[in-house]
Structures are given as structure tokens and as C-alpha cells.
Design a binder for this molecule. Structure first.
Ligand code: OKP
Ligand code: ZN
Length: 315
């Protein structure tokens, strides 16, 4: 496995409004530092390479990319959305700082760098995350949808089916929306039920895709407190779907906020459970690109990553 590393250490949002209260924004570089230390010791790491901007536009229209750039460059500290529909930001957890655009662009570079590696298993360790960003809306700390950009990039080059498995605690509403009508990019997500958890508006079981994409979107909402025994049943169902689709590549939207000690997620997965997740994914024998999404506890992030990637050590 090779690791593309781009943590954008200069990008440190500070604010979030949670239930009417200003709280600390947890999407900060230090959350992933322990993973960085671990992967640097264990795998070959590669810096992100710059690419032309055009592959972003397969997902996000030009005006939206320019819009993110413009909010970034016109704030001198931290901008909280005023009118969500006008600012094209879903929620108050997504402030924009003067370097938001630069960081999101670097995450895009990391994504294409990873997509271009000739390696069976690739891990893109980057931030800000992407799965809550839809084609023309930011949200949930996400501006550009890294996983979607990779999926579309590969699909347009190879003309083959791609699967995205989203195992962040939160439903990837952005990724789902982007590919809802697309039969060639299959989205599967296991997450905390939107009846109780962010992003509230999507991630329900009934959302199965539309038009040509009918039957290519799979949601597995689970209750808070889900442990490995319960999670495993659903994880196996997700793997069965992937086997049936038999994609050219699997993209894993990887959040470690499913860990019992994560402050944002509400599942009860433990360190060793991630070892099973890794082994089961490897057993698919399909090339995988892991791309980092959430995970907000340094200690559990490190343990989860160590366990999950244990089995990818020799390749
Ligand atoms: C991003 B990722 C709770 C505030 C929720 C947004 C959470 C975004 C999670 N009231 N803030 O999927 O880990
Ligand atoms: Zn999450």
C-alpha cells in the first residue's frame, strides 16, 4: 500500500455552531497527526502532485469552485454562512477561512495523485473531507467531494463500474446526490441513522437511486450504540453488493468516527474491530483507494488505522 499525504497543516478552522452554541471545530490537522506518524513509519508516503483544475469540474461546476474561492479570499478571519442557500453551505459547522479554498484544492490534488498511482491499495490521507459536499453545495466540513472526484476520474478513463463504500459514521449525502442518477458509480453507505444524526436529510433506506441509477444506491442506517456484532451483519451485506457489482476499483470513504471513543460519532466499534474490516475488504481482492473523511479522536484514529491497515502491510 502507498499513502498520499496532504494534511494542510496551515488550515485550522476554529468555529462550529452546534445546537445554537459556538463550539470548537474538530476538523483540524492535529486529529490526523497520529495516523500520519503511523503511516510514515509503515508505508511509502508520497506528497500530492499538482494537477490541472479540470477534473474537479467533472463533479463541481466552475461557478461553484469560483464561489468557494471567492468566499475564502473575501474573509479575513472566519466566515460563518449567513444565508445558507445563497452561500451554498448546508450547515453552520462549515465556516470558511482565507485558506479554505487552498486546502480544499490541495485535497483535490491529493485525490488525483492517489487515483493515478499504479498500486493495488492506496490510502489518501488528506483533509478537509469531502463526502458531505454535493456538486454545488458545501457542508459538514466538506467543500470538494474527494471520493466523488476520484470515482468520476477513474470511471471516465476506464469506462468501467466503480463502487464507493462509505464507512464514515455520517451519511455521505453529497456523494449520494452526485451519483444518484448514475448507474456506473454505485454508492453504498453504512452510517448513524439520519433520524437522529447529521446530516438529517438523507441516508434513509428508501433512497435507492433514480432514473438510470435506480437500484445503484444503498443505505444502511444504524442506531446509535451499534457494536461490531451488529455492524458486521450489515458490513457483510455491503461486501456482497460490491462482489455482485464487481467494480474496476473500490473507493472507501474512510471515517474513524465509528470508534467508541470518537466525540462526534455514536457507534461502539473498538480497536480490534477495524482489523476485521481490513481483512474483509482485502478478501474482496479488488483494488482499493481509501480516502480519509472523519475521525476526531487522535488516539482512536491511530488505533483504528493501525488495525485496519495491518493486513495491507505487505503490498
Ligand atoms: C463530518 B464527517 C452536530 C454538529 C455536526 C457536522 C458533522 C460533520 C461530520 N450537531 N456537525 O462526516 O465526519
Ligand atoms: Zn463523519
Amino acid at each position: 500500500m502507498k499513502v498520499v499525504l496532504q494534511l494542510n497543516d496551515f488550515y485550522i478552522p476554529t468555529l462550529e455552531i452546534d445546537n445554537g452554541k459556538i463550539v470548537k471545530n474538530p476538523e483540524i490537522p492535529s486529529r490526523l497527526e497520529s495516523i500520519k506518524n503511523f503511516v510514515s513509519k509503515t508505508f511509502e508516503t508520497i506528497p500530492a502532485k499538482e494537477y490541472p483544475i479540470n477534473y474537479i469540474h467533472n463533479i463541481h461546476p466552475k461557478w461553484y469552485v469560483e464561489h468557494v474561492k471567492k468566499i475564502s479570499s473575501s474573509t479575513n478571519n472566519e466566515y460563518l454562512p449567513e444565508v445558507f442557500l445563497k452561500d451554498r453551505i448546508l450547515d453552520s459547522g462549515t465556516p470558511v477561512t482565507p485558506v479554505t479554498y487552498k486546502a480544499a484544492l490541495n485535497a483535490y490534488y491529493a485525490s488525483i495523485t492517489g487515483a493515478n498511482l499504479d498500486e493495488k491499495y492506496v490510502y489518501i490521507l488528506t483533509r478537509p473531507p469531502g463526502h458531505h459536499a454535493s456538486k454545488d453545495f458545501a457542508g459538514g466540513y466538506c467543500f470538494f467531494n474527494n471520493a466523488a472526484i476520484i470515482a468520476k476520474y477513474l470511471q471516465s478513463i476506464y469506462q468501467k463500474r466503480i463502487c464507493i463504500l462509505d464507512i464514515d459514521f455520517h451519511h455521505g449525502n453529497g456523494t449520494q446526490e452526485i451519483f444518484y442518477y448514475d448507474p456506473n458509480i454505485v454508492y453504498i453507505s453504512i452510517h448513524g441513522t439520519p433520524e437522529k444524526f447529521f446530516p438529517w436529510i438523507s441516508g434513509f433506506r428508501e433512497e435507492t437511486g433514480s432514473g438510470d441509477g435506480k437500484g445503484t444506491n444503498f443505505n444502511f442506517p444504524l442506531d446509535g450504540g451499534t457494536n461490531w456484532r451488529e455492524y458486521k451483519v450489515v458490513f457483510e451485506m455491503a461486501l456482497e453488493i460490491i462482489e455482485k457489482v464487481s467494480p474496476y476499483k473500490l473507493i472507501v470513504s474512510l471515517g474513524f468516527d465509528t470508534h467508541i471513543n470518537d466525540p462526534m460519532g455514536h457507534f461502539n466499534l473498538q480497536d480490534e474491530d477495524y482489523k476485521h474490516i481490513g481483512v474483509m475488504l482485502k478478501k474482496l481482492d479488488i483494488p482499493i483507494i481509501f480516502v480519509q473523511e472523519g475521525g476526531y479522536n487522535k488516539e482512536s484514529n491511530k488505533e483504528a488505522a493501525k488495525n485496519l491497515f495491518f493486513t495491507f502491510g505487505k503490498e
